[in-house]
Design a protein around this ligand. Structure first.
Ligand code: ADP
Length: 487
């Protein structure tokens, strides 16, 4: 299966504009997509930019009224067909995903099904975009609220979940009658291409879903934000780029949904089930080699169980299998690129220089590919870089704490507010801590909480809006108040 990405029937070496696979300007440049586990070339794609983005926006704008006018049930059925095709092709999609992104094949397959679940969910929700009637203040009036699609949506997504991040945006947008111009990350455009191939097969009409592939994110982003035919930007990625996009959207008061960085605390109290907490920490910290915005970034362990937790965690982590995601049994794949690896090395180096101890791991793995050994650090303190910045790698830094008040203060001492986790037994403490954590999502006695049925999103500088659940559709809808008089 190694070379499937070269020959998969689900791939094209083109973007997708107005229902046509577009190789870009004939004289134009191309860019390479590499396998991070081996460094080998997977594909060479047209390097599209502002001109192609504009053409895609025009197509989306022209297609939007007819798409919105279709009965909700028809949009629902087309999305449902797309879901069925994704599930039927899950292995082929997962192989493309592992090849370009590196996560272990079973994890990639899990992501494909997770992405598909958003499409299934919003195929169902498409039929439930309810309005409202309001009691009128006088006998001759009636007051009604209807919901309408915002219009053309531009989406920009990252490489860590090449399928799920796109599905989370496109599914609700298409369900409610928006059309989309989508730009995947330059590292992982192949999964997006394969999803678009299946969208075409599902009967999504020309212009409704357009895909721009290219290296120049800033140029594509400027066109999406500056073009007044685009009514909304939905972005997942770094807080830094989120700020740029929000500024660029200010001129036209363009709506934005932002899923940005996190700095998730993972708290283990003395009365926690320690084995469950270790399992949860592994799931939350090492999934996707630590490259998710909801990965535990700071682990706070109460002093009564600190040493026991550290020993149990380190023993499990030392046994984790690292390697090419296509090798059976591998649990940790490569980091996405050299830059990602350098950041992890930097965070570990800084912690060790300031007194942290390495219980296991702590270094890159020599040879081809960008691999870092899964790591546990003890004796971590708040003056270290790992306390403030998202590491985005397989490193668990363990901080020691004494009281609930103290750990809540430390956990909230960040500009981020995406996900938090804690393990505790006492019900009173569970409720108090859950309320006190300044985060959009809190996992209690669990390290995994994402679901298409739940609202995913952050507070503070982690973002705006929610993805998934019945609330996720609101990000793509406008409310219109109708007042009928003279009755
Ligand atoms: P990551 O650290 O996950 O790569 P980024 O925020 O840099 O996060 O990238 C997320 C997405 O944003 C990618 O698709 C990338 O190409 C795109 N991007 C990067 N810079 C900009 C920009 N200035 N304007 C628009 N999109 C950008």
């Amino acid at each position: 299966t190694r070379h499937v990405a070269f020959s998969s029937p689900l791939l094209r070496d083109a973007g997708y504009i107005n229902g046509v696979w577009t190789p870009g300007d004939a004289a134009a440049k191309t860019f390479d997509v590499l396998n991070p586990a081996t460094g080998e070339l997977l594909a060479s794609l047209p390097d599209m930019g502002a001109a192609e983005t504009r053409a895609a926006i025009d197509a989306a704008y022209a297609a939007q009224p007819a798409w919105a006018a279709r009965p909700a049930k028809e949009r629902s059925q087309i999305l449902r067909k797309w879901f069925d095709l994704i599930v039927a092709n899950a292995d082929a999609l997962a192989a493309i995903l592992t090849a370009e992104m590196g996560k272990p094949f079973p994890e990639a397959r899990g992501e494909i099904l997770y992405a598909a679940a958003y499409i299934e969910w919003y195929a169902e929700e498409a039929k439930r975009i309810y309005g409202e009637t309001i009691p009128a203040p006088s006998q001759d009036k009636r007051m009604i609220v209807i919901k309408q699609p915002v219009g053309v949506v531009g989406t920009i997504t990252p490489w860590n979940f090449p399928a799920a991040m796109i599905a989370r945006k496109i599914a609700p947008a298409l369900a409610v009658g928006c059309t989309v111009v989508s730009k995947p990350a330059e590292q992982t455009p192949l999964t997006a291409i394969a999803l678009a191939v299946l969208a075409e097969q599902a009967g999504i009409p020309a212009g409704v879903f357009n895909l721009i592939v290219g290296l120049d994110g800033p140029a594509i982003g400027r066109e999406l934000c500056g073009n007044d035919k685009v009514r909304k930007i939905s972005f997942t990625g770094s807080t830094e780029v989120g700020r740029i996009l929000m500024r660029q959207c200010a001129d036209q008061i363009k709506k934005v949904s932002l899923e940005l960085g996190g700095n998730a605390p993972f708290i283990v109290f003395d009365d926690a089930d320690l084995d469950a907490a270790v399992e949860g920490a592994i799931a939350s910290k090492y999934r996707n080699a630590g490259q998710t915005c909801v990965c535990a970034n700071r682990l706070y362990i109460q002093s009564g169980v600190y040493d026991a937790f550290a020993a149990k965690l380190a023993a499990k982590v030392a046994d984790m299998s690292v390697g090419d995601g296509f090798r059976p049994g591998v649990e940790i794949g490569p980091l996405i690129d050299e830059q990602g690896l350098a950041k992890v090395e930097d965070h570990v180096g800084d912690a060790v220089a300031k007194g942290a101890k390495i219980l296991t791991g702590g270094k890159r793995i020599d040879g081809a590919g960008t691999f870092f050994a899964p790591t546990v650090l003890t004796g971590v303190t708040r003056d270290m870089t790992v306390a403030r910045e998202e590491t985005f790698g397989p490193v668990a830094p363990l901080f020691r704490f004494e009281t609930a008040e103290d750990v809540i203060t430390q956990a909230n001492d960040t500009e981020f507010g995406l996900a938090a986790y804690f393990y505790a037994g006492d019900l009173k403490k569970v409720w108090r801590v859950a309320e006190a954590l300044e985060y959009g999502m809190v996992g209690i006695n669990t390290g995994l909480m994402s679901s298409e049925m739940a609202p995913f999103g952050g507070i503070k500088q982690s973002g705006l809006g929610r993805e998934g659940s019945r609330h996720g559709a609101d990000d793509y809808l406008e409310m219109k108040y109708l007042c009928i008089g003279g009755l």
